[in-house]
Design a protein around this ligand. Structure first.
Ligand code: 13P
Length: 251
């Protein structure tokens, strides 16, 4: 049985005071929940706050990006070992905003994925097609290409230590969620594809859905056989919305 994982991606939002209120509320309400896992991926400057507030609680934390380099003259970059010092369990890799806005290629994503694994941090690998790619019937081939780049670098053994997040670009921050059937079809495709390489690893892998998940649609999405939780943007900044999504993920 795969335990569902709900992870908040705060993106570039937050303030020390606002975060504290959010984290304190989440920690206390999560005490009531069982049979699921929960994490928040916060901006780099707030990792120390997350570590101080969440150590010893049910809420794990992580980052939204990392450098492909270990150390050196890379101004502005943050390495995997730095994230580890701040207790990160997870790091998002290859989010579509990083691919589209910051020029991250499949090759760079693959190196970042390997860097996270080498530090013992679980990468949450984002894959997903744009609307144009979907309309052209290319959704599956785009996702296969994104996965293949990472498998070429880290193998199925590496992929086994990760989480996949299917995030159709057209559903991110648009309020347009993929229907449960649309999402399930892609999740099943991902699992089928990976099963051709290693059936046991494919069966055990957590595949999250991301893109306009909210309290109102989480239960239906999470009831699909291949959807193992969600990567939540906007709704992860609101206690009630995020907790309702976590509740929907309880096994
Ligand atoms: P929204 O939930 O705001 O659509 O964002 C999804 C996302 O990009 C999570 O990584």
């Amino acid at each position: 049985m795969r335990l569902k994982l709900v992870a908040g991606n705060w993106k570039m939002h937050g303030s020390l005071a606002g975060n504290q209120a959010l984290l304190t509320a989440l920690v206390s309400q999560l005490e009531e929940l069982n049979g699921m896992r929960c994490a928040v991926c916060v901006p780099f400057p707030y990792l120390a706050q997350a570590q101080a507030s969440l150590t010893g609680t049910k809420l794990a934390w992580g980052a939204q990006n990392l450098s492909q380099y270990d150390k050196g003259a890379f101004t502005g970059e943050v390495s995997a070992s730095m994230l580890l010092e701040f207790g990160c369990s997870y790091v998002i890799v290859g989010h579509s905003e990083r691919r589209a806005l910051f020029g991250e290629t499949d090759a760079v994503v693959a190196v970042k994925f390997a860097a996270a694994l080498a530090a013992g941090i679980t990468p949450i690998l984002c894959v997903g097609e744009t609307l144009e790619e979907r309309d052209a019937g290319r959704a599956e081939s785009v996702i296969a290409r994104q996965l293949d780049a990472v498998i070429a670098g880290s193998g199925m053994v590496g992929l086994a230590k990760s989480v996949i997040a299917y995030e159709p670009v057209w559903a991110i921050g648009t309020g347009k969620t993929a229907s449960p059937e649309q999402a399930q079809a892609v999740h099943a495709f991902i699992r089928r594809k990976l099963a051709t390489l290693d059936a046991d690893i494919a069966a055990a892998l957590i595949i999250q859905y991301g893109g306009s998940v909210k309290a109102a649609n989480a239960a239906e999405l999470f009831s699909q056989p291949d959807i193992d939780g969600g990567l939540i943007g906007g709704a992860s900044l609101q206690v009630d919305e995020f907790m309702a999504i976590c509740q929907a993920a309880q096994g």
